[in-house]
Design a binder for this molecule. Structure first.
Ligand code: OGA
Ligand code: NI
Length: 357
């Protein structure tokens, strides 16, 4: 029998459109999880690194810059990444139009926790959980055997074509980035791709996030603190409104997106494969009372049915294997059941290997 949600799904967008003056209790986070807005932060001037990829790919110091960004931040913004700027704008615009369609139209794609594919408003199936202030549309893109454009929105008219075009460009970018990451770890260029299961077997999925306006942004989050479970994430942010915050020590840095940049971050599988050299860093999304926000997250993941553990060459006497190998299909179940929960999952793998000793 198909699994279902523990409570009826409420579209946050529809809720926001009622013009309600306060955030319903379901979305009010406990005090320690509530966001800190930039004006309240002491490290407000900190920024995630911005890398010009034409330098990274052409200059000898490029690999070193990538390495330090992945070790220290787990995140960087990329300019000159090769993805067509007009295409980025069009695909984001098409998704915005999709979310502006009447609720009945979007509901045709309502998802379930079996696969998460389609239109949804929650992550995790824990009854009475506090919910995030967002809706999303999610689907599989790779391997191509899992790609089914008939599950993608059919409105606005050009959206499927744009998804396909953007998906291909980002796939190529990810292949190139995986080589760059491999070399920056001191490995052969194709080593990391092999460890991910190979170009033809890796997975990819796309999630478009829609963060509606919120009457009390200080009480809730658009997306709770989490690290991405997969390989690398390529985020196409909304350039008009900030929202993404990245963990830095005890605080959060709000990303100021550079025009035409894509944001990349390391997921838990890269932390595992790199034996902890690269960090999958916690992040969250804050919402705004004046503006809604759209972002596209392209998740590039390992092949799902092979064990993923630290790459052999990165295990040394001084740096023994930090993580137990685990298959990605198994790993991903936790976030699908419990929803976003910081870095608990990758940390639990760390704990379990130590427990065995
Ligand atoms: C995500 C994510 C950030 C954003 O989808 O995993 O972290 O800015 N999104 O929407
Ligand atoms: Ni994320």
């Amino acid at each position: 029998m198909a699994a279902c949600w523990p409570e009826p799904i409420v579209s946050v967008q529809a809720l926001s459109q009622t013009g309600l003056p306060t955030v319903p209790n379901r979305y009010v986070k406990p005090a320690h999880q509530r966001p800190i807005f930039k004006a309240d932060q002491s490290d407000a001037e900190m920024e995630i690194p911005v890398l010009d990829m034409s330098d990274v790919w052409e200059k000898p110091e490029g690999l070193r810059r990538v390495r330090s960004a992945c070790e220290e931040w787990g995140f960087f913004q990329m300019v000159n990444h090769g993805v067509n700027h007009a295409l980025m704008e069009s695909v984001r615009g098409a998704w915005r139009e999709f979310f502006e369609l009447p609720l009945e139209e979007k509901r045709k794609y309502a998802n379930s926790p079996d696969t998460y594919e389609g239109y949804g408003s929650r992550l995790g199936v824990v009854k009475d959980a506090k919910l995030d202030w967002s809706d999303y549309f999610y689907f599989n893109y790779l391997p191509s055997s899992l790609r089914n454009p008939s599950k993608w929105p059919s409105q606005p008219p050009k959206i499927r074509e744009l998804i396909e075009e953007y998906g291909e460009e980002v796939r190529k970018l990810c292949e190139r980035l995986v080589e760059t990451l491999s070399e920056s770890l001191g490995l052969e260029p194709n080593n990391l791709m092999k460890a991910l299961g190979g170009e033809d077997k890796v997975g990819a999925s796309l999630r478009t996030n829609y963060y509606p306006k919120c009457p009390q942004p200080h009480l809730t989050l658009g997306l709770s603190s989490h690290s991405d479970p997969g390989g690398i994430t390529i985020l196409l942010p909304d350039e008009k409104v900030a929202g993404l915050q990245v963990r830095r020590g005890a605080g959060w840095v709000t990303v100021k997106s550079v025009p035409n940049a894509l944001i990349v971050n390391m997921g838990d599988q890269i932390q595992i494969l790199s034996n902890g050299i690269f960090k999958s860093v916690e992040h969250q999304v804050i919402v705004s009372s004046g503006m809604d926000r759209v972002s596209l997250a392209y998740f590039y993941n390992p092949r799902s049915d092979i064990p993923i553990g630290p790459i052999k060459q990165l295990i040394t006497e001084n740096r023994p294997a930090l993580y137990k190998p685990i298959r990605f299909d198994e790993y991903r179940l936790l976030i699908r059941q419990k929803g976003p929960c910081g870095k608990n999952q990758v940390d639990s793998l760390l704990a379990s290997i130590n427990d065995d000793k």
